[in-house]
Design a binder for this molecule. Sequence first.
Ligand code: HAM
Length: 425
Amino acid sequence: MSKSQYQAPKGTRDIMAPETNRVSALLRLFEETLNSGGYNQIISPIFEDIGVFQRLGHSSEIVTKEMFDLFDKDPKNPQHLVLRPELTASICRAFAQHRPVTPWKVWYEGPQFRYEKPQAGRYRQFLQVGAELLGSPDPHADVEIISMASRFFQKTGLANTKLLLNSLGDTETRGNYNDALTNYLNLNQVNLSEQSQETMLKNPLRVLDSKREKDQEIIQNAPFITDFLNDDSNKHFQIVQEGLSLLGIDYDLAPRLVRGLDYYTKTTFEFVAPNLDTAQNAVGGGGRYDGLVEALGGPPTEGIGFAIGIDRTLLACEAENVSQSVDNIEIFIVDTTGGGEALVLSDELRQIGLSVDRSFDQRSMKAQMKAADRSGAQLAIIIGTDELNENQVTLRDLRGDGIQTVLDRQSLAKILPEMLQETTK
Ligand code: HAM
């Protein structure tokens, strides 16, 4: 095949059927899960003022290297905009702007943009679903949020997803830990990678997030943040763990888990799919961010949330051989009499709630039957000249052994729904 002039931009991809059907199935599962917890959908802009995301932290690569910039064309207001790299900051911006009643519980879905080095499971445009709960310091809010993500993964059928849990403590804890970690890193500085030596000066905690081989031994031996939790942070973390146990949600404590964004306080967590390549095995993650709304000009407001990568969740499903139920067409109409019968009958059957497809361009019987097989339909309705003259149709079971039955055209609307139910049993 010759290469077409334009390709999807680097790091982006066209998601097409049947993958789109699997994506829709996951989105539906997510919506169902979050609606069952009293969360409402929020749809916010795909681009925002760059300032909204600068609060994610100056040592976070998302802010320093990965934003897609846009500039407003208005010469009087040359606002610097960016495509959103994530949605938590947008949600906090929306909260500060609208001041809704708390607790404010929202869920979202949509594309995010990060200028990353593309590889399997890492794209420049990727799809996330997520949820945020604003306005409650209660550790049970953390448990509820984690349970929403966990129940979603459970419903997808993924059996091997692991929950990693940590606490980064409050400001006091972070201050004490930062001192201890900085001392430790200073002692080991010469053995760190060049990038981590740089990161260390901006935010020592972020060094723990390095995936570079050279840093691993030093990271392994670094002090644990959980040993520095003050009473309040420790109590919060204990209640979160007890709550998860009460709900039967398994987790592994991961004292090195610091996450790639700087806004986190107290609880942080990640869901990993062990079947995926380690650098891209996080299928979801989140945590508490009690200072973010205030940093964006809102009132002091606690927050906790998570986001799940749909592209990676699909890869995990593939790796575990889990398939989403895909809505196939139920009926395919094969009309060799010119197409007029297919036009009217498909509309009639769609109106009574059946999903129906047909061929165009007056193709041969053989070509139409091939299209019927490809469509995944359960039944084919065949209309040739004989059927047309007799006011009948031939029904062919496409899933079983190809049994054919002749029926009156008039009886179809009544008989078909029952027949389809029978064949799906
Ligand atoms: P995050 O860990 O940056 O967190 O992203 C969440 C998930 O999005 C990741 O676990 C991964 O599955 C997916 N993801 C991230 N980057 C890419 C990429 N380049 N290509 C494909 N998938 C990707 C957040 O975005 C936070 N906003 C989560 C949060 C919500 N924290 C509190 N509330």
